[in-house]
Design a binder for this molecule. Sequence first.
Ligand code: ADP
Length: 588
Amino acid sequence: MTDGSPLPRPQIDVTSWSDAGSRDALDLVASSVAEMVGFEIAIISVVRGEQMFAVSVEGSNDATTAMLGLTTPVAMVLPELDRADDWGRFRFVPHERLALDVRTHGWVPDLTPIDAPDAWHPLDLLIAPLYDQADAMIGLLSIDVPMSQRRPGPTQRDLLQRYAVQAERALRMAVDRDELAERIRLAEAARRVVRFATSQDDLESVLDDCRHPLLEGFRADFLAIRTYPTEGLPEAGSPPSDLPPDVKETIRASSRSAWTAQRVIIVGEQLTPDPEIGDAAYEASEAARVAVGLGTTMLVPLGAGHESLGHVILGRKDPNQHWSPDEQAGALDIARDIGQAVVNSRNLIRGQELVTELRRLATYKSQVLSTVSHELKNPLSAVMGYVEMLDADPSIIGDARRSIDALDRAARRMGRVVDDLLLLSEVEDPEGAKPTEPMDAVPVLLDALELTRVAAARRDLTLEVSAPEGEVMVCCDVTDLDRVLTNLVSNAVKYSPKGSTISLSLVQHLGEVELAVADQGIGISAADQERLFTEFFRSTNPQAVAQPGTGLGLTICRRIVERHGGRIEVESELGKGSTFRVFLPSPP
Ligand code: ADP
């Protein structure tokens, strides 16, 4: 028979605790103690945080239904132990000394005491606290309703001692296994968060991928995950919350201090407010808990380094399923991993924004370049046409002819600058990039060599070429590669003394191809090499300045090579010569 009390009896589902084998072992101890010592009821309870609950009940069906999973605050039981008579491992509290409300927190047998000085009273309490190796209380063995209807005598007490030892051993194992299972669950959740969430780029996907591992790992019924807005990035996460703004703000503020203190904030129907949290934080967390209809919640701050980034709220419907210390520590660990993933994804977003902005600027720059050069080209053509007309007039002589010659030189020079500017605007335009395709570099190299022959012969230069037999495939575009090589070879010719040698070579390396143009010319100083590939740079060397040039050729070469995934390098010594090397990726 139940005690018939109208008060709600907080009971939890014990099958979620430890494993079936360990619970069977406890059932066996409970039934043995009852049978062998002669009691109707034996109950083994386990301590979980501030509560304890009955995991094993031997007795009538009514007693089992009423007691299994019944939770009792540990704080209510401890004073009884102090009041009790010391029977070795057991403690006996005669009914007249009992303060515990057994109607809510226990079982009152339907029993009329016999008329004897040692008669058992329905409210007598006989319990043995059970401890772990570190002497912390992990549970209780309680027995009730002796068959003899009398309080146990010396022989029975002896026997009880032995069963208390057995119950303690079985409970220690079950607790260990429960803790182990919990750690495995949490480690698995952490592993999944690290594996999936941290491999995502997009913030919402990072947070989404945390949901399952967290819900499963923490056996939670509810999960809210949220990052706070920062430096132009909006808040992210789900589910949307309709809490009043001031409550939301208080939760965020509490989460920030919780991150600094590296702790979680737990609230629950059955829990007394944690004095360290502060009233406002407690009330806001409680409001959030009640709003989503949960029994208990754990607010876990998300962060990285000193920065608090957001929070996770884990919730359980059952107010008696408390968050264990391992779960609290595990949640903070996982929050650090999520925080790192949030930081990575934010950096990526910012990086992408920066790239977009730079691309926009590059497009703008090339548009300006292109417009200016086109605008210059037309009047320049007119100038050149008139110069040509005047040049053809034989009546113009003396100073006037010299002026026309100077005009002609200046117009040609301007023409070269305009052409190079147009080319630069073309290769700098991110929108106009030519597709990178596998192509044979050998014919392009030989073409560049052919084109140079006349200019080289004029300066008595020897041209050498070395390339492997057959095709050498590179990833580039034919016109682009041609431009680069023509530029490098014509520079080599331009800046070489008469009678010297220019060597072109093509070498296949692992994953890339090297095209080199080497000369024995004037060379480039170390200081000049630093700025060689920047727009309009011309060497400070008077020998170099004496040659016509715009200072744009190498910039164009570098842009072209880089946009095909390659690089350009120079090795040079003043007065000895220079070698320009272009590396381009080979097709996979
Ligand atoms: P340009 O030759 O039209 O001036 P470039 O961009 O091709 O423009 O070259 C920039 C500068 O680098 C040149 O002005 C020259 O001073 C130096 N330079 C380029 N190639 C060589 C070379 N092979 N030997 C010596 N100096 C060179």
